[in-house]
Write a protein that binds this ligand. Structure first.
Ligand code: S3P
Length: 450
């Protein structure tokens, strides 16, 4: 984990034409859920293409600590689950490192059990709000011990019989929706989650795939109601995890920005709840071809061909935020090379990610000569299409604040800026995309450890 380990600064320099095929790692959201549901289901679950980043491996360790048996054979992870309702009390605190998804989903999954669960995390995760998950758990009857302001470390103890709740999400968050549904697995009766705006739906899809009794209804206004019958049987599954669109975003934007580039990114998840970045970049004039669209294991998948493009600034509507929530840092970098101004709104949730991404992005852009303005929940960026004057001849270090997507976004920026771009730490990239440096270099990107 990056916490406590030495920082690894890195520098990216102006590069010429990126080319080749880049196989990106498995989707992080699906990988977490595959380990959780595989660890809980009866029988064997086999997972191919699992993201082996630190965040996901911590989720695997937490499931092992609660009784799942996990091993790897060749490229396939094989899990023997405990059976729904039969998790064991973890004898040690569960350490989720940098991962909000791991911590929040397991709070739901384990928190309703009638045993003590202690959850901890690194400095970044310990600053992030947990009340959004602890509040619905309290309503189910879970006792919560935490520090002021509902942050990690947290200790949870469920009641003998937890109560099913009907919960309307106060923020558009797939993590909160998932935590409530996963808690519902061990609650008698029907747990209901109402989401006013659709967020990534991997939990619902995967729960249905494992045999949970679940229904999803959407009304005309887009409000979704998910109902889950608790204490049913889950059965092990075979899962093939598609490539992560949030990781594909980095080589994709790099190829758009570096003149002469032409790359292929095969097997990218194209679930419509995750494709906001591709939509926005295409509106900006990006040449992204969607090849071989297909269904794989119940998810939309395609290969992407990306060529260097001249981009133009756009206004990105607030309704699009949930479908590209993790992609704003790299979109802001793309906007720094677009003609005119890009305005992104509805960004309040960016303030509680691995870092306060609104100010981290704005500070990094300004440090490297980009004209941008930060509001309470919006960001505007005025681009320089040729990258002239961007970066710093005598490198200045972008403060990454333990945030992997900030680190990768600014390394992408350096590939098209006149001068190099430096980041103060690249070690936490391993939380989501351990092969990032090598894969980018294999395309011809000038990135190196400083
Ligand atoms: C995730 C949901 C999103 C996203 C995170 C992964 C998930 O968080 O930012 O990287 O796997 O459910 P929120 O639910 O907080 O928006």
């Amino acid at each position: 984990m990056s916490q406590g380990s030495a920082s690894k600064p890195a520098i990216a320099r102006r590069s010429s034409g990126l080319s080749g095929t880049v196989r990106i790692p498995g989707d992080k959201s699906i990988s977490h859920r595959a380990l959780m549901l595989g660890g809980l289901a009866s029988g064997e679950t086999r997972i191919a293409g699992l993201l082996e980043g630190e965040d996901v491996l911590n989720t695997g360790k937490a499931m092992q600590a609660m009784g799942a048996v996990i091993r790897k054979e060749g490229g396939v992870w094989i899990i023997n689950g405990t059976g729904n309702g039969a998790l064991l009390a973890p004898e040690v605190p569960l350490d989720f490192g940098n991962s909000g998804t791991g911590a929040r989903l397991i709070m739901g999954l384990a928190g309703v059990y009638d045993f003590d669960t202690v959850l901890t995390g690194d400095a970044s995760l310990s600053r992030r709000p947990m009340g959004r998950v602890l509040d619905p758990l309290r309503r189910m009857g879970v006792q919560v011990k935490t520090v002021e302001g509902d942050r990690l470390p947290v200790m949870l103890r469920g009641p003998e019989t937890p109560a099913p709740i009907r919960y309307t999400l106060p923020v558009a968050s797939a993590q909160v929706k998932s935590a409530v549904l996963l808690a519902g697995l061990n609650i008698p009766g029907v747990t209901t989650v109402i989401e006013p705006a659709i967020t990534r739906d991997h939990t619902e899809k995967m729960l249905a795939g494992f045999g949970a009794e679940l229904s999803v209804e959407a009304d005309k206004g887009g409000t979704r109601t998910v109902r889950l019958q608790g204490r049913g049987r889950l059965t092990g599954q075979i899962i093939d995890v598609p490539g992560d669109p949030s990781s594909a975003a980095f080589p994709l934007v790099a190829a758009l920005l570096v003149p002469g580039s032409d790359i292929i990114i095969p097997n990218v998840l194209m679930n419509p709840t995750r494709t906001g970045l591709v939509l926005t970049l295409r509106e900006m004039g990006a040449d992204i071809e969607i090849l071989n669209p297909r269904l794989a294991g119940g998810e939309d998948v395609a290969d992407l061909r990306v060529r260097h493009s001249e981009l133009t600034g756009v206004s990105v509507p607030a309704e699009r935020v949930p479908s590209m929530i993790d992609e704003y840092p790299v979109l802001a970098v793309a906007a720094a090379f677009a003609k005119g101004r890009t305005v992104m709104s509805g960004l309040q949730e960016l303030r509680v990610k691995e870092s306060d991404r609104l100010s981290t992005v704005a500070d990094g852009l300004k440090l490297n000569g980009v004209e941008c303005e930060e509001g309470k929940d919006w960001l505007s960026v005025t681009g320089r299409p040729d990258g002239k004057g961007l970066g710093n001849a005598a490198v200045k270090w972008v403060a990454t604040h333990l945030d992997h997507r900030i680190a990768m976004s600014f390394l992408v920026m350096g590939l098209a800026s006149e001068h190099p771009v430096g980041i103060d730490d690249s070690s936490m990239i391993a939380t989501s995309f351990p092969q990032f440096m090598d894969l980018m270099k294999s395309l011809g990107a000038g990135i190196e450890q400083a």
